[in-house]
Design a protein around this ligand. Structure first.
Ligand SMILES: Nc1ccn([C@H]2C[C@H](O)[C@@H](COP(=O)(O)O)O2)c(=O)n1
Ligand SMILES: [Zn+2]
Length: 204
């Protein structure tokens, strides 16, 4: 449906070509109600960060947030700095034991902690797409992070993840498996591209 006249929530009519179906749901004061709640926001950022991963099987992102909802660290699973991810292997299995990714890849949680932009991660929450392994659990605990919010615990039967859960419980780290309020979020850059025919790209 198109409309040339819509109510702006204050009884004033607006001239717009906004599709009625695209109009946001608003409160009585006109405030839109479909904004991302904090935890959806941080988990969405972890998801976006994961899109930088070159892992062909599993892309993981992590977002560390302090107790004032400020982001203090972001990370995704990738090879160490100055170690070419075109030369190191991304295989899960290989006849040559030196050619499996697990020997080399840095986990998302480790990178988020090491990338921190604050003095420490004390009393922070880490939002991560997958439950942390035992090595990351050690770093999370040592970094002073107090809460782990995760989406999937798909490796729960693996000893590394049984060990991480044991460490978290001993260290009194809060573990929350979170289901986002908005399960699907669309990124639509087109709405901000003025001249869609004259696209200039610089890649990095
Ligand atoms: N909490 C986690 C769990 C896994 N990762 C990384 C490590 C690997 O790059 C990949 C898992 O590979 P898969 O065994 O699924 O082929 O995900 C992480 O960073 N954080
Ligand atoms: Zn890990």
């Amino acid at each position: 449906m198109n409309s040339d006249e819509i109510d702006d929530g204050h009884g004033q009519s607006l001239n717009t070509s906004i599709e009625i179906d695209q109009l946001p749901i608003v409160s009585p004061t006109g405030k839109r109600t479909d904004y991302l709640v904090w935890w959806d926001y941080f988990m969405s950022i972890a998801y976006i960060v994961s899109l930088r991963s070159k892992d062909p099987n599993t892309r993981v992102g992590a977002c560390i947030v302090n107790d004032e909802n400020r982001i203090v660290g972001l990370g995704y699973n990738g090879m160490p700095n100055n170690c070419s991810d075109d030369e190191l292997p991304w295989y899960r299995m290989n006849n040559d034991p030196m050619k499996i990714k697990y020997l080399y890849v840095c986990h998302a949680e480790m990178n988020a902690i090491l990338n921190k932009n604050s003095y420490d991660c004390k009393n922070c929450t880490i939002f991560v797409l997958l439950f942390p392994c035992n090595e990351c659990a050690k770093m999370i605990i040592q970094a002073g992070i107090k809460r782990v919010v995760y989406l999937s615990d798909k490796y729960f039967n693996d000893n590394k993840f049984k060990a991480s859960r044991k460490l978290f419980q001993m260290a009194n780290i809060e573990l929350i498996q979170y289901t986002p309020k908005q399960r699907r979020i669309v990124i639509d850059f087109d709405q901000f591209i003025d001249n869609k025919n004259n696209i200039t790209t610089t890649s990095s």
